[in-house]
Design a protein around this ligand. Structure first.
Ligand SMILES: [Fe+2]
Ligand SMILES: [Fe+2]
Length: 467
């Protein structure tokens, strides 16, 4: 092994340690001993590398980090840190950081300050770049988008919206074709789901935001797409690759396909089901299997879909339905779909005439089922993804401002970004986004969530704000 290769062995540790510095700097002042210690270790890890190569270029391309053009692989225990760092990069439009051999402690300190402050600026990357312009040993580069969705936020939102509604209408088409006894192939579904997966990899939070809009006429189609999005996003968090994510997305999209056989009058009932009606509804897992195995070609994905359709109401402890004859462990995809289906069902209004539950309440109810009905590890990843206050939650701040959670907090789960719609004088205003991680000059948080509220009570239509 030459010195270059030897240095590369540390690549994953370098990135991991870099994340540790940033996480520590979020909590402590850059002069704090915890930050200094983390920085020393970082520099020690980097030195042999910079000595061998003259420069260390850390770059984010798509979902992966590269060091000097070489993709960095890492063990699973590093995943939360790598995930955190890539989101921090993306939030700032930051694509690369080059460290040169003249690197000093002080330079890193300046970088950390600039890095953290930049998130509160409207032009995140430009602000960061400007603050670093006097430092020669650290150079930042702009994030290159792999997919060109046009420049700027509004276009990204447009693409997200289009992808979402495209998936809804595709689901509607597939379900009505199956209902009419026509043959359906998996090919188009695969393409639709692939485009969702690509978008989730880049704009996870925006897609999750789409699932929080529950105001629709046709519950089943939107619900299927929501469960698919939430499942793929969760799958991404636990490190599934793109191929597996696509498969999971399809499986999740089809979990309720058996509902095509449930009479519309029952499905759209606005009052509770009678016992006989329940017996019919409870057959949809079987009917799903039947529909899926009738697809044009039976392949691995259709079989996995059939399994999940069959298992998605069983629960991990088999306390649901149908009851299997022998004890069994749910398929991995079924465990994921059980979780996301539960969440979307509880937070939607059209499921079995239930009143929609605020997201935080749904999560706390699910917490009670984690370890019995729901898989506890997956649930942990899920809450981490949704934040304590999922997107779309209506919250009251200590400033008396009222707003909707817009993007979950990367550093503090209880400090998301909030879209304020009612100001502290109880006036409806042109909405503006505030970041609850923001601190004032005394290092105190500027705003804090006091409580969550029910948007229906206030006649607030999420779709008006999030679309
Ligand atoms: Fe179902
Ligand atoms: Fe469902």
């Amino acid at each position: 092994m030459d010195s270059k290769e030897k240095a590369f062995v540390n690549a994953k540790d370098i990135i991991n340690q870099f994340t540790v510095i940033i996480r520590t700097a979020y909590i402590h002042d850059p002069g704090n001993i915890a930050v200094t210690t983390a920085m020393e270790r970082f520099i020690a890890l980097m030195s042999p590398f910079i000595e061998a190569e003259g420069e260390l270029m850390l770059e984010l391309r798509g979902e992966f980090f590269y060091i000097n053009d070489k993709r960095v692989r890492y063990p699973l225990e590093f995943l939360p840190n790598f995930d955190f760092l890539s989101r921090e990069f993306r939030r700032r439009g930051l694509g690369s950081i080059a460290f040169k051999d003249t690197l000093q402690h002080e330079d890193i300190r300046i970088f950390l300050k600039a890095f953290i402050a930049s998130i509160f600026s409207e032009t995140t990357f430009e602000t960061l770049e400007k603050s670093m312009s006097g430092i020669d040993s650290i150079k930042v580069g702009k994030l290159k988008k792999i997919r060109t969705a046009g420049e700027g936020e509004p276009d990204v939102r447009r693409v997200v919206k289009k992808t979402y509604f495209n998936a809804v209408s595709h689901t509607r088409a597939v379900m009505s074709k199956l209902k009419a006894g026509e043959e359906v192939s998996m090919r188009k579904t695969k393409r639709v789901v692939e485009s969702m997966v690509d978008l989730i990899l880049e704009e996870e939070q925006l897609l999750i935001g789409m699932t929080s809009i529950k105001d629709y006429d046709e519950y089943t189609y939107n619900h299927s797409v929501n469960v698919s999005i939430l499942s793929v996003a969760l799958g991404q968090r636990i490190g599934l690759n793109r191929k597996a994510l696509t498969e999971l997305g399809i499986v999740a999209l089809f979990h309720d396909i058996g509902k095509i056989e449930v009479p519309k009058e029952i499905l759209n009932k606005s009052t509770s089901f009678t016992e006989q009606e329940w017996d019919i509804v409870k057959k949809h897992p079987f009917w799903g299997v039947r529909a899926l195995l009738r697809m044009k070609k039976i392949d691995y994905t259709s079989i996995r879909s059939a399994i999940t359709s069959f298992e998605h109401h069983m629960y991990c402890d088999l306390s649901g339905y149908p009851k299997p004859r022998q004890p069994l462990e749910l398929d991995f995809y079924s465990k994921i779909v059980t979780l996301t289906d539960n969440y979307d069902g509880m937070t939607s209004s059209r499921v079995y005439a239930r009143i929609p539950m605020p997201p935080d309440k749904a999560l706390s109810l699910m917490m009670e089922k984690a370890g019995t009905q729901l898989d506890p590890t997956l649930f942990k990843f899920f809450t981490n993804m949704m934040g304590i206050f999922p997107i779309g939650t209506l919250v009251m701040l200590d400033t008396k401002e009222l707003g909707l959670v817009y993007q979950s907090g990367t550093m503090f789960l209880n400090r998301p970004q909030v879209l304020v719609i009612i100001n502290s004088r109880a006036e409806k205003v042109e909405s503006y986004v505030v970041d609850l991680a923001e601190k004032d000059s005394d290092s105190k948080f500027v705003r804090t969530i006091v409580k969550t509220m029910d948007p229906n009570k206030y006649k607030i239509n999420l779709a008006d704000y999030l679309l």
